[in-house]
Structure formats: structure tokens, C-alpha cells
Write a protein that binds this ligand. Structure first.
Ligand code: ATP
Ligand code: MG
Length: 430
């Protein structure tokens, strides 16, 4: 026998039994985004490698070691997108969407990073990305946070996540801070790991983002960026926290929060959880005004965030109060040649008349008993029964499958129009 091939490590199938939870979350995400007037943008999964190098930054985990990069047949270097911010901005610049316009956009789809797979960390994972353009003030930063907060509430995981906030200031402010940070780490080079030693010269702020527990204390005692902020950055941050207080949104200030990507300035935030081990960040974002010029656009404003869907679903999986959609409402059982033909026809009539009903027609025959077993397995609420007797009387049998008492009851016979009325009503009751 031929060997069965397996999926690529860290890239997972979402099987039919798992998709209802995905769809449930996706539906709520969409409703919340629409409530704030955000519009969907759909972007390619592959972009030129240069886009990510220029935007994310050469000295980041992503670009240094996580990208799926390959040479196209014509020699171009292409990369499977590791995140969506760069591609979204590329598209908006390319199509001239940023001239005197304000945008609130979202996209949803798979991202690719060559990381060591573990729970909550995969090589293909899904992100919801939200990006806004053209708004300078702190109120849009606040709106994004409020929107996410509403999403947690709608998804029922509000008590499992907390908001951490920081301000990275402007580029000029970070230059000052960077100097004192380098001075500090230089005094303690014996405590720096290999990655951090390298970053000391290239990107010292990223040392604060280390996941190495041995460096925790060192990082905790490092100078704080907050103390280097200028008037304007401080005002922006204070206005944001004031709005969050007005709207009753709790937050913690985490002065070590620098984010893994290079393009942020002023506001950065993460929503973290204690329930997923070291994969604790479910959603992360911030302001990245400078990226627009970095990618060739005119000076403008941008704030956004990305949410990891697998981590979100892992938080939801433990909940038992979610009502997920069932794949089948009604299962049609056909026994006999006449019934098989009539059943195919009547099933289409039902689908014409009741578009929202999920009707599953049993195939490949079998006795009433064996077909009832199959019907039961699908989780359908009702069976429609068609034998040659029913067909000759122009009727169908209808049976409720979901309770022990009902199972005892004999089936109810109805004319076809009666059956349609009946299922119409049942659907409305749901
Ligand atoms: P981490 O610190 O966990 O590596 P990150 O800073 O690299 O995260 P971002 O680039 O900010 O992550 O991506 C936003 C979100 O996407 C993360 O907060 C997380 O929820 C999710 N995410 C990132 N990488 C992965 C991955 N390899 N597998 C699953 N989800 C991921
Ligand atoms: Mg990462």
C-alpha cells in the first residue's frame, strides 16, 4: 500500500469537528469589527522578501530566523507573510488609499513563521489583523483597545486576559534611551546571552523582550523608557490612559514592553493570559506612524494590532457554555426504490422553501434501523422518513430524535406541505 503523507510540522488541519468553534469566533469577531465601522481588506499570502526586511527590520527574530523565504522561478526572492501589517500598508500605498483619507481596516488569514512548534506556537497560524490609517490622536489608540475589550466580553474570555500598556516615545526619544540602555547592559555583559550580546550593537531595545528567564532580573533593573519620554509623547500616553479610565478598561503599565517589531512608536500594548504558559500573548499592537515613510509613503499615522486565533481558541476551548451550530437539523431516511427517487426530489423542495434548514439526505440505502442509527450519529433533531408506503400515500413520516421519550413515540405522518410548515416553525423556534 502507498504510504500516507503527513502535513508539514507545525501546520495544522482544522478538522470538521473543530470548525464550528472557529466559525463561532470568526462570526463574533466580524460583528464587533462592523460595529465600529471597520472594513475588510484581502491581501496576498506571498510578498517580496524586501517588504518584510524593510518593515519588520533586519535585526528581529522574524527576519533573522523565522521567515519562509524562497526563490521564485524567475529569480525573485519571495516570502510567505509572517504578519500582515507590512502587506496591508504596501497595498494601501500602492493603491493610493492614504491621500487625505482615514481608514479602518481588518484582514484575517494564515501567517507563516519557522518557529519551534509547541502549544500556541505554530508554523502556520491565523491572525486577525486590524490597521487604521490617518489618525494622529490617542483616541484611535483607545478605540482599538476598547474594540478588543468588547471582543473578549463577547467571546466570554474577558476574565482570562489583561491589558499591558507602554509608550515607546518618538524615534528621537528612543535614541537617548538607547544610549543609557547600552551603557547599562555594557556594565553587565557577563549576564547577557548570545542573542542579547549581538543585539547590544544592533537593536538593544529588543533585549528587553528576551524570553530567557536567566536575564529577567537584569532586564527588570534596566533604565525605563517612560522616564525618557518628551512632552508630546507623555501627553499622548496620558490622554490614552484617561480615556481607558473613562471607559472602565483596566490596564497595567509594563515599561519592558517593547514589542518584537521595529516599527512602533508611542503607544504599544499587549493582551496577555496566564493560561497558555509561555505563549501568553494573545493580541498585540501599537502605533507605527514611521513605517509609512519607511515604505515610501508620505508622513502619516497608523495604529493597529494582531490577534493570534489559535491562542484565542485555546482560551475558549475550556468554556462549556458556548452554543455551537450543529451541522445537521434534519436527516432524511429513504427506504425502497420509489422512496429514494421521491426523497431526492422532496429534499430540493424543502431547500427551496426553507433555505436556512440543514437537511442531510442519507445515501446508500440500508434498513430503517441502520439508517436511524446513522441519523442519530449526525446529531440531527429530526428524521424525515420516506418508505414506499409513505410515497404511495403522498406523505412523509417525521420523528423527533433528541429525547428518550420521543424515541418511543411512533412517527407522525404528514403531507409534504404540512411537513414543510412544520420544519419552518421549528427553525423559527431555534
Ligand atoms: P511571541 O512573543 O509569542 O513570539 P510575537 O511578538 O512574535 O509573539 P506578533 O508578531 O506580535 O507576535 O503577532 C501577534 C500575535 O500573533 C501574537 O500575540 C500571537 O497571539 C500570535 N502569534 C505569533 N506568532 C505565533 C505562532 N508562531 N503561532 C501562533 N500564534 C502566533
Ligand atoms: Mg514571535
Amino acid at each position: 500500500m502507498a504510504q500516507i503523507l503527513q502535513a508539514i510540522r507545525g501546520m495544522h488541519d482544522v478538522l470538521p469537528e473543530q470548525t464550528p468553534l472557529w466559525q463561532y469566533a470568526e462570526q463574533i469577531i466580524k460583528e464587533v469589527l462592523e460595529a465600529y465601522g471597520y472594513r475588510e481588506i484581502r491581501l496576498p499570502i506571498v510578498e517580496k522578501t524586501e517588504l518584510f526586511k524593510r518593515s519588520i527590520g533586519e535585526v528581529t527574530d522574524i527576519v533573522e530566523k523565522e521567515m519562509y523565504t524562497f526563490t521564485d522561478r524567475n529569480g525573485d526572492s519571495l516570502t510567505l507573510r509572517p504578519e500582515g501589517t507590512a502587506g496591508c500598508l504596501r497595498a494601501c500605498l500602492e493603491h493610493g488609499l492614504l491621500h487625505n483619507q482615514v481608514h479602518r481596516l481588518w484582514y484575517y488569514g494564515p501567517m507563516y513563521r519557522h518557529e519551534r512548534p509547541q502549544k500556541g506556537r505554530y508554523r502556520q497560524f491565523f491572525q486577525l489583523g486590524v490597521e487604521t490609517y490617518g489618525m494622529a490622536g490617542p483616541d484611535i489608540d483607545a478605540e482599538l483597545i476598547v474594540l478588543i475589550d468588547r471582543l473578549w466580553k463577547r467571546l466570554g474570555i474577558h476574565d482570562k486576559v489583561r491589558l499591558q500598556l507602554n509608550s515607546l516615545g518618538t524615534i528621537a526619544e528612543r535614541v537617548l534611551y538607547r544610549e543609557s540602555l547600552v551603557d547599562y547592559f555594557q556594565m553587565h555583559t557577563d549576564q547577557l546571552d548570545e542573542d542579547s550580546l549581538r543585539r547590544l550593537n544592533t537593536n538593544p531595545l529588543r533585549i528587553l523582550d528576551t524570553k530567557n528567564p536567566a536575564m529577567k532580573q537584569l532586564v527588570a533593573n534596566a533604565p525605563e523608557l517612560m522616564n525618557y519620554l518628551g512632552e508630546e509623547s507623555r501627553k499622548h500616553f496620558n490622554a490614552l490612559t484617561t480615556t481607558l479610565k473613562d471607559l472602565d478598561i483596566g490596564y497595567e503599565i509594563n515599561s519592558r514592553l517593547v514589542r518584537g517589531l521595529d516599527y512602533y512608536s508611542k503607544t504599544v500594548f499587549e493582551w496577555v493570559t496566564d493560561d497558555l504558559g509561555s505563549q501568553g500573548t494573545v493580541c498585540a499592537g501599537g502605533r507605527y506612524d514611521s513605517l509609512i515613510e519607511q515604505l515610501g509613503g508620505k508622513a502619516n499615522h497608523a495604529v493597529g494590532f494582531a490577534m493570534g486565533i489559535e491562542r484565542l481558541l485555546a482560551l475558549m476551548e475550556t468554556m462549556d457554555n458556548i452554543r455551537l451550530a450543529k451541522p445537521v437539523d434534519v436527516y432524511m431516511i429513504r427506504v425502497g426504490e420509489q422512496a429514494e427517487r421521491e426523497g431526492m426530489r422532496f429534499a430540493e423542495v424543502i431547500r427551496n422553501e426553507i433555505p436556512g434548514l440543514k437537511l442531510f439526505v442519507g445515501m446508500d440505502g440500508g434498513s430503517f434501523k441502520s439508517q436511524f442509527k446513522k441519523a442519530d450519529k449526525t446529531g440531527a433533531d429530526y428524521a424525515i422518513i420516506l418508505g414506499d408506503d409513505e410515497v404511495s400515500r403522498g406523505e412523509v413520516g417525521v420523528k423527533f430524535l433528541r429525547s428518550a421519550i420521543a424515541q418511543e413515540q411512533t412517527q407522525q405522518n404528514m403531507s409534504q406541505p404540512e411537513a414543510i410548515r412544520f420544519f419552518h416553525e421549528q427553525l423559527l423556534l431555534k
